[in-house]
Design a protein around this ligand. Structure first.
Ligand code: NAD
Length: 254
């Protein structure tokens, strides 16, 4: 039980990587609080945790709205020990294919959402004498891949916001790190395939799998395993770091 008694807010905990983290954190003894726009998915995750004896709650929340996040934070019974800024949305396209609306939409969730949620919990963490903030970056925080202009903009900012928060709150005992995955098999990927390759989903799934040198996509549970470690006291010496979890994508070429 690496997270016994810790209160962990997980944004976007109703699907994919966030759902896997919510379940794993609860299994490690954390009291999980899901902040998500997806009520149905979040309630299903919460129900699964509760029926296996874990503790979980859900607050409908749009991380891009200060007011919505304030409402969710007001619902907390005590200050959070852990915040995982995981909620995120994607966009495919180079700069000519990215509209002003796309840019603003991606900024609002993937960048501003980290500010709103972190700002809502930071005072409580300081009062508590410490805490952990873990942000969901991406390999595109570290390298260029085609047709990800807006998404790369946001994930680059996730990395630099991680550095900024880590240094600013060193003396408050708050650690801040990020995880940088390559492709992980979640609804995020399935929606992308359905939208861009209708009828060719299986073929494109295999192609995308092979872009990871290890030959497959990551599983949400594998990201949850790394997140568990980074949020536990075993990682007490780790702050201001980005952890690739990418099947060799960043450093290996076949
Ligand atoms: P997903 O689409 O399966 O889940 C995202 C969750 O975020 C959903 O439950 C959704 O309702 C929620 N969400 C979206 N906008 C929100 C908002 N404004 N307020 C509150 N909740 C909101 O996605 P996923 O694949 O699990 O991705 C999770 C994170 O991991 C994202 O930040 C994504 O950029 C990042 N990531 C994913 C991959 C991948 O291949 N899946 C790779 C690298 C990074």
């Amino acid at each position: 039980m690496k997270l016994e008694g810790k209160q962990a807010i997980i944004t976007g905990g109703g699907s994919g990587i966030g759902a896997a983290m919510a379940k794993r954190f609860a299994a490690e003894g954390a009291h999980v609080v899901i902040w998500d726009l997806d009520e149905k998915g979040s309630r299903a995750v919460m129900g699964e945790i509760q029926s296996s004896g874990g503790i979980a709650s859900f607050h409908l929340c749009d991380v891009g709205s200060t007011e919505s996040v304030r409402g969710a934070a007001n619902g907390l019974e005590r200050p959070a020990d852990i915040l995982i800024n995981n909620a995120g949305i994607s966009h495919i396209g180079n700069l000519e294919e990215t509209s002003e609306e796309d840019l603003d939409r991606l900024y609002r969730v993937n960048i501003k959402g980290i500010w709103t949620c972190s700002r809502a919990v930071i005072a409580g963490m300081k009062e508590n004498g410490g805490g952990v903030i873990l942000n969901m970056a991406s390999i595109v925080s570290h390298m260029g891949i085609p047709d990800r202009f807006a998404y790369s903009m946001t994930k680059g900012a996730v990395l630099t916001m991680t550095y900024s928060m880590a240094v600013d709150y060193l003396d408050d005992g708050i650690r801040c790190n990020c995880i940088a995955p390559a492709r992980v098999h979640t609804p995020f990927v399935d929606d992308y395939l359905a939208k861009h390759y209708p009828g060719r989903e299986k073929e494109m799934y295999d192609t995308l799998s092979k872009t990871q040198p290890i030959g497959r996509m990551g599983q949400p549970e594998e990201i949850a395993g790394l997140a568990t470690y980074l949020c536990s006291d075993e990682a007490a010496f780790i702050t201001g770091a980005s952890y690739p979890i990418d099947g060799g994508f960043l450093n290996l070429k076949r």
